[in-house]
Design a protein around this ligand. Structure first.
Ligand code: PMP
Length: 392
């Protein structure tokens, strides 16, 4: 049976050209990039080259790119780094603004800091279509707001947030009592495949990326840290990554990450890729909308990312649906892959404020490079049949 992989937001397959770049890399270039001998310096040069590639992609300086073990770490470094600096050097209780559409690595972290009384936090809610207005974020700014952390594209329901507008308006806000400018962090993990991540245009101070969402390897990501930004490190150790992130670098991961970014190509290329997937996405949305009691989560049209389709099917058992899909050859996910296994709707789905009477299953399909119109037609047929059987 042909498998149909529709979980590209959870992770993408490694591009064979990235695999080729990484294959045997660490047997050949094995030096520690911090060593001063030739073996070390050869590895160092590869990292420097990769860093330049990532910096070019986001229009930053090389020394503003810090490699991490992935986006979870980058998000933690960004948020804890800024907050811990404020706590250490000032007497104010920091206030953080974020949204209810964030990935767990942002949402759960800020919730935890709030619960422990370390910070005050505002979680801006989406409307029932999953949209958030830039002005709602701006309206939440207080005298003690030290950080605004916003997801670029929702990994669960595909909303594209007005991040440029937020960045622009934040820049224009005059600091009040504490003469404090809020630091602006963007989690661009799900956006980088398709959209412009130019940090100057976005007006951000911190930006998170992850390679395995871009047909690159797992376990490697980056955090853009604007020059001069004051923040604490998460870990204490050596002086790698400009002293921002200690630990010997994952050299093969870093070169694979840079290759994946290179392969994304120009903005026009990304735009073209997005337009192609957009058509398939709408075909799937149209087909699944015909199923009785199927409800689309998230916006329609241009405010929804090209590759995301999320539906709630009422009166259908989630585990039974996931198992049936898998047995029928379809790899999809329950909302977000990170919360799969939990029968509770995720905080994102809950934030849409829909009233669920009885059982309901939320399934996320995310499309990618190998998705075809044939796949989409088969998926519509298979899902319709499974739902009709399960809701009998
Ligand atoms: N942010 C977003 C928006 C994501 O989708 C993910 C992965 N699901 C992460 C952060 C975490 O990425 P990583 O797996 O690299 O830690």
């Amino acid at each position: 049976m042909k498998r149909i992989y529709l979980d590209y937001a959870a992770t993408t397959p490694l591009d064979p050209r990235v695999a080729k770049t990484m294959r045997g890399f660490e047997s050949e270039i094995y030096g520690n990039p911090s060593s001063v001998h030739r073996e070390g310096q050869v590895a160092r040069a590869k990292i420097d080259f990769a860093r330049t590639e990532i910096a070019r992609f986001i229009n930053a300086k090389s020394q503003e790119v810090v490699f991490t073990s992935g986006a979870t770490e980058a998000n933690n470094l960004a948020i804890q780094g800024v907050i811990n600096h404020v706590i250490r050097y000032s007497k104010i209780k920091p206030h953080v603004i974020t949204t209810k559409l964030e990935h767990q690595s942002v949402y759960n972290l800020i919730k935890d800091l709030e619960k422990r009384g370390v910070i005050e936090a505002t979680f801006v809610s989406p409307d029932k279509n999953g949209l958030i207005n830039a002005q709602e974020i701006i309206n939440a700014v207080k005298d003690n707001t030290v950080l605004v952390s916003v997801i670029f594209v929702s990994n669960e329901i595909g909303t594209i947030l007005p991040i440029r507008e937020i960045g622009q308006t934040l820049k224009e806000l005059k600091p009040k009592t504490y003469n404090l400018k809020s630091v602006y962090h963007i989690d661009a993990v799900q956006a980088a495949k398709f959209y412009n991540c130019n940090v100057e245009k976005l007006g951000c101070d911190l930006l998170t990326l992850s390679a395995h969402k871009l047909y690159g390897p797992k376990g490697i990501g980056s955090l853009y840290i604007k020059s001069g930004l004051k923040m604490q490190n998460l870990m204490i150790g050596g002086s790698q990554e400009y002293g921002r992130r200690p630990g010997t670098q994952n050299t093969s991961g870093i070169v694979g990450f840079a290759k994946a970014v290179e392969l994304l190509g120009s903005l026009e290329n990304r735009q073209k890729r997005s337009e192609k997937i957009f058509v398939l996405r709408d075909l799937l949305i149209k087909g699944l909308s015909k199923i009785q009691k199927a409800e689309l989560n998230g916006p329609v049209g241009e405010t929804r990312v090209a590759d995301n389709v999320s539906f709630t099917f009422h009166n259908v058992d989630q585990d039974a649906l996931m198992t049936a899909l898998d047995l029928a050859g379809i790899a999809a996910s329950t909302g977000s892959a990170c919360v799969s296994g939990s029968s509770e709707p995720s905080h994102v789905i809950q934030a849409l404020g829909k009233v669920n009477t009885g059982q309901a299953s939320t399934i996320r399909f995310t499309l990618g490079s190998s998705t075809s119109a044939m796949d989409i037609k088969s998926v519509i047929k298979i899902v319709s049949k499974i739902i009709s059987e399960l809701s009998k």
